[in-house]
Design a protein around this ligand. Structure first.
Ligand code: G3H
Ligand code: ZN
Length: 278
């Protein structure tokens, strides 16, 4: 059933953080929901700017809503890294149950002002809102977004003035890392936790080491965003079949769907979801 991000987070068990995966279509969404369902775990399906530019948020949302109907676990459809009210409005009106407004590259006052407006708008539709303070940069040099650690005092002001449901912070990760090489600044994370009573989000978590994923799930971090790890596995698996004569996309997609399953299951386990049998 479709639920808000807030509901999923409120219902997490002790020492659990929900993995939120970037999805691009039927194939990855279905495998994520199959894995989540086998664990009786919640799922967060996130669409990023690339996916929205490719398919449009209304089409993506309709597809994800329809697939979700086949599962009886809590599912959140989340718009990731939206940069404008227009994008947010279209997504909410299409049926997303959670949105992220990313004003992290704006001056703090503008970020607060825009995020506050979005929180007020989203409330009317019972949609959760994630904001970002500090900035999680990109390891991909073609994306010119500078990383900047979250400042604790700024985070406090941002949270108090916007009332976001969940807050993305920059504590050492970078988007699109292809290896697990991020160095988490736990001192900063602990200071943020001490000063703010709000669930936190870690972006760029493909780069987070396995033991850090588990360690993070024992903190105020309640949502862990993962994109590149699945895209890489899916792409590599697809490419490995290009020497064959096969041209049928449904047949070509079978192996990548199988191959990403293990990555998704592993991330769930590291974040505190144990395999249950029922
Ligand atoms: O918002 C998306 C996530 O932060 C994913 O980051 O692709 O580096 O795992 P990643
Ligand atoms: Zn992100």
């Amino acid at each position: 059933m479709l639920v808000t991000l807030k509901k999923i987070i409120n219902e997490l068990g002790e020492n659990q953080a929900v993995p939120a995966f970037n999805v691009y279509g039927y194939e990855d969404a279905k495998v994520i929901l199959d894995v989540a369902s086998s664990l009786r775990a919640p799922a967060v399906l996130m669409t990023n700017r690339d996916a929205v530019m490719h398919m449009g948020s209304r089409n993506l949302c309709n597809l994800l809503k329809s697939i979700s109907e086949d599962y009886d676990i809590p599912i959140c459809i989340h718009l990731d890294h939206a940069k404008s009210m227009e994008e947010i409005e279209e997504a909410i009106k299409s049926g997303y149950t959670s949105v992220m407004y990313d004003g992290s590259s704006l001056p703090i006052n503008e970020n607060i002002e825009n995020t506050y407006r979005i929180v007020q708008f989203a409330k009317k539709y019972n949609v959760s809102v994630e904001g970002e303070i500090g900035s999680v940069g990109y390891s991909d040099p073609s994306i010119k977004i500078q990383g900047e650690y979250t400042d604790v005092e700024e985070a406090k002001i941002f949270y108090n003035e916007t009332g976001v449901d969940i807050l993305a912070v920059a504590v050492g990760t970078l988007h699109r890392m292809t290896g697990q090489e991020a160095v988490i600044n736990y001192e900063l994370l602990n200071n943020i936790e001490k000063k703010l009573d709000v669930p936190l989000v870690i972006h760029g978590s493909t780069g987070v080491k396995d033991h850090d994923l588990t360690k993070l799930s024992h903190t105020s971090v309640k949502k862990v965003n993962i994109g590149t790890a699945i895209r890489m596995k899916f792409g590599e698996s697809l490419k490995s079949q290009f020497e064959t004569d096969e041209f049928d996309r449904i047949k070509l997609f079978k192996k990548p769907m199988k191959d990403i399953e293990g990555v998704i299951l592993e991330k769930y386990k590291l974040l505190g979801f144990k395999k249950t049998f029922y």
